[in-house]
Design a protein around this ligand. Structure first.
Ligand code: SER
Length: 321
C-alpha cells in the first residue's frame, strides 16, 4: 500500500514550521502537503515538499485539495490565537470553528480517516483549579479563543462517537520555538524575550513578572503530536483533548534565566490587555491521563530550553552576544 498522504493546514504558522519537516522526514517529503492562507510560510515548509494556498473555511477549496492529493490524514492547525481572538472575536469563532467543521465533514465524505486538531490550555477559565488542573474539570473560558476550543473539543468528540471518526487532540500549553513565530498569542512573551534579548538587549514584557502559565519547548509539542497520532486507537480514552504538561515558570523567571546567559540584558513589565487572558489560564495542568494512555513524557526542562533557544535565535539573527 502506498503511504497515506497527509495535509497540514496552518502551513505558514508556528507549529507547522516544526511539524511539517518532521512529518516529511517520517513519511517522505512528497507525501506531506502543507497548506497556508495568505501569510508567508518558512522557506523549509514552502520548498521542502508540496505547498498550497487554501482558505480552510471553504469546503470547496479544501475538498479540491484533499481529492487532488488523495489525502488520508489531516493535521488541522489553522487557527486564530487568543490575543488576536480578543481583538476580533467574530473572526476567531468563524475561523476556529468554521474550518474545523469543514475538516470533520470532509473527512466523512472522502478517504480521510484520521484528523489531528490542537486545543489549548485556554479551554480552562477562572473557575477551574489553577494548579495541576485535571483532565476533566469545569470548562468556562473567558476568551473567545477558549470558547472556540471548548466547542471544537466537543465537536471532535461528537464526530468520534456519532461517526466513528478517528479525531485526536492535545491541549497545547504555550509553545516556545524559533523556526516561525506565532502571531497574536498570549504566551508569545516566552518567545519574544529571547528575540529581544539577542537583538535589542532589552525586553518590555506585556504581562506582569509573577504571571505563570504552562509552557513547552516545541520539540516536545511535536513529539506529543506525532506520538498521539501513532498510538493505538483502543488505548485512547479521551476524544475531546488531552492535557499535556512540561514546564511552568513565571514571566520573571524566564526573563531572569535569559539574563543569566545574556550579559547586559535588561527587562521590565508593562501589562496590556493580554494580562487578563493570562490570568484566566491555569498555572499548571495534570497530564497523568496522557502519560497513562499513550506514554507521554516531555524531555526539555527550563535550562535545556533556554540553552537551545538562545543558540538558535543567535544563529538566526547572526548575533554572538
Ligand atoms: N499559545 C496560545 C495563545 O497564547 C494558547 O494556546 O494564544
Amino acid at each position: 500500500m502506498p503511504p497515506r498522504r497527509i495535509l497540514v493546514t496552518g502551513g505558514a504558522g508556528q507549529v507547522a514550521a516544526d511539524l511539517v519537516p518532521v512529518l516529511r522526514k517520517l513519511h517522505g517529503a512528497e507525501n506531506i502537503v502543507a497548506a497556508g492562507h495568505e501569510t508567508q510560510p518558512s522557506e523549509a515548509v514552502r520548498d521542502g515538499g508540496p505547498f498550497e494556498y487554501v482558505d480552510a473555511c471553504s469546503y470547496q477549496a479544501m475538498e479540491r485539495l484533499v481529492r487532488k492529493y488523495d489525502i488520508g490524514v489531516i493535521y488541522h492547525l489553522a487557527t486564530i490565537l487568543s490575543g488576536e481572538g480578543e481583538q476580533n472575536p467574530g473572526l476567531a469563532w468563524n475561523v476556529n470553528i468554521g474550518s474545523l467543521k469543514v475538516v470533520l465533514d470532509l473527512a466523512l465524505e472522502t478517504n480521510v480517516d484520521q484528523v489531528f486538531w490542537p486545543s489549548s490550555i485556554a479551554v480552562f477559565g477562572p473557575a477551574a483549579p489553577t494548579e495541576d488542573t485535571p483532565q476533566q474539570t469545569v470548562l468556562e473560558p473567558t476568551t473567545m479563543y477558549g470558547v472556540s476550543k471548548v466547542a471544537g473539543e466537543s465537536l471532535c468528540n461528537y464526530y468520534n462517537i456519532k461517526y466513528g471518526l478517528d479525531v485526536r487532540s492535545l491541549r497545547y500549553p504555550g509553545l516556545i520555538n524559533h523556526k516561525a513565530f506565532s502571531g497574536g498569542g498570549t504566551s508569545d512573551y516566552a518567545v519574544e524575550v529571547f528575540i529581544a534579548a539577542v537583538k535589542e538587549g532589552h525586553y518590555t514584557c506585556f504581562v506582569d513578572s509573577d504571571t505563570m502559565m504552562p509552557m513547552m519547548y516545541m520539540d516536545d509539542g511535536i513529539k506529543a503530536t506525532v506520538d498521539l497520532m501513532a498510538a493505538g486507537a483502543s488505548d485512547l480514552s479521551v476524544r475531546t483533548s488531552y492535557n499535556i504538561s512540561a514546564l511552568s515558570f513565571t514571566a520573571g523567571e524566564i526573563a531572569a534565566a535569559v539574563s543569566d546567559k545574556v550579559p547586559d540584558f535588561t527587562y521590565d513589565f508593562v501589562p496590556d490587555f493580554r494580562q487578563e487572558i493570562a490570568n484566566s489560564w491555569p498555572n499548571s495542568v495534570d497530564d497523568s491521563v496522557a502519560r497513562r494512555d499513550w506514554g507521554w513524557s516531555p524531555e526539555y526542562d527550563l535550562q535545556a530550553l533556554v540553552e537551545v533557544m538562545l543558540r538558535e535565535i543567535r544563529l538566526k539573527f547572526g548575533k554572538s552576544n
